[in-house]
Design a protein around this ligand. Structure first.
Ligand code: SF4
Ligand code: SF4
Length: 277
């Protein structure tokens, strides 16, 4: 079983990990799912399909303090509200990957939808471990996140993505579970200790942690299954995934509703999509 690290603002996927490139655009045609191929042609990243998988080993001790944290642990992560610093909102390339909860929060706060968010140029689609997923898009002129204002503050702070919430923490996935790691070289501020649960600044934490784990391992299983499928099936699966979990609006009033709706969509997706051997 490969272990994985997801940590924003730094090269991702350290430890014993899989790195993949899966550039694809879905040609027009009938995909068998209720997704719009013209939409895919507009937003997906590359005209050809190409799947590459690589493994590499990186010592976690080089980038962390060597510890694994639970939500109940104290960790030296508190940078006192980032006063005077916005380093991790610059040059983050495509590392801030957006999960369905991130899109729910952002679209609700900005009163928009997934397609409009993509069209705005503030997010984009890229390939992550064999799956096409959205991420915050680095602005070409300023080389920073579009949500950072001139004062160096986040304009979507209450709806900032999960990766932004946890930084300088990252997640370490192993054995169908995950824990937190502290990146020691990424945040320049003098930091004090804080409980991981408090630092995550996320309501409904038990539901949130369940969602994080389930989403990650669902994608990991799917990526594994896709390595044995033909390209046409892979196209259709990618379209379905984006449509079912991102493009289709979560018409619920709050995050409790989101988690419930996500569970329903996940259960359905597992019955429709290829599963890992
Ligand atoms: S690098 Fe650290 S202090 Fe600076 S914005 Fe990021 S988390 Fe805050
Ligand atoms: S969403 Fe906010 S916290 Fe995250 S990178 Fe953009 S400006 Fe920074």
């Amino acid at each position: 079983m490969a272990n994985r690290v997801h940590a924003p603002g730094m090269p991702q996927r350290h430890g014993i990990i899989i790195i993949s490139c899966y550039n694809s655009v879905f040609p027009e045609g009938n995909y068998g799912f209720s997704a719009n191929p013209l939409w895919a042609k507009t937003f997906l990243p590359h005209p050809d399909i190409e799947r590459q998988y690589m493994k590499r080993n990186v010592d976690l001790n080089e980038i962390t303090d060597g510890r694994f944290y639970t939500v109940n642990d104290m960790v030296r992560a508190d940078c006192q509200d980032c006063v005077g610093c916005s380093k991790c909102c610059h040059e983050m390339v495509d590392t801030i990957i957006l999960d369905p909860l991130d899109i729910f929060r952002l679209t609700k706060t900005l009163n928009t939808n997934f397609d409009a968010l993509l069209a705005s140029g503030k997010t984009e689609l890229n390939v992550v471990d064999g799956i096409v997923l959205p991420n915050l898009k680095l602005q070409e002129d300023t080389k920073r996140c579009a949500f950072l204002n001139d004062a160096g503050r986040c304009t979507v702070h209450s709806a900032r993505p999960g990766f932004c919430r946890m930084f300088p923490l990252g997640r370490y996935y192993a054995d169908r579970s995950f824990s937190y790691i502290l990146q020691t070289k990424e945040c320049p501020k003098a930091r004090t200790k804080i409980k991981v649960a408090r630092w995550l600044d996320t309501g409904l934490l038990p539901q949130n942690q369940k969602f994080v784990g389930e989403w990650h391992y669902f994608l990991e299983d799917l990526a594994t299954a896709l390595t044995d499928t033909d390209n046409e099936t892979a196209h259709r699966v990618q379209l379905y995934l984006l449509h079912a979990f991102y493009r289709t609006e979560y018409r619920v009033p709050d995050e409790a509703g989101f988690y419930k709706e996500f569970d329903t969509r996940l259960a359905k997706a597992k019955t429709l999509l290829p599963s890992a051997p």
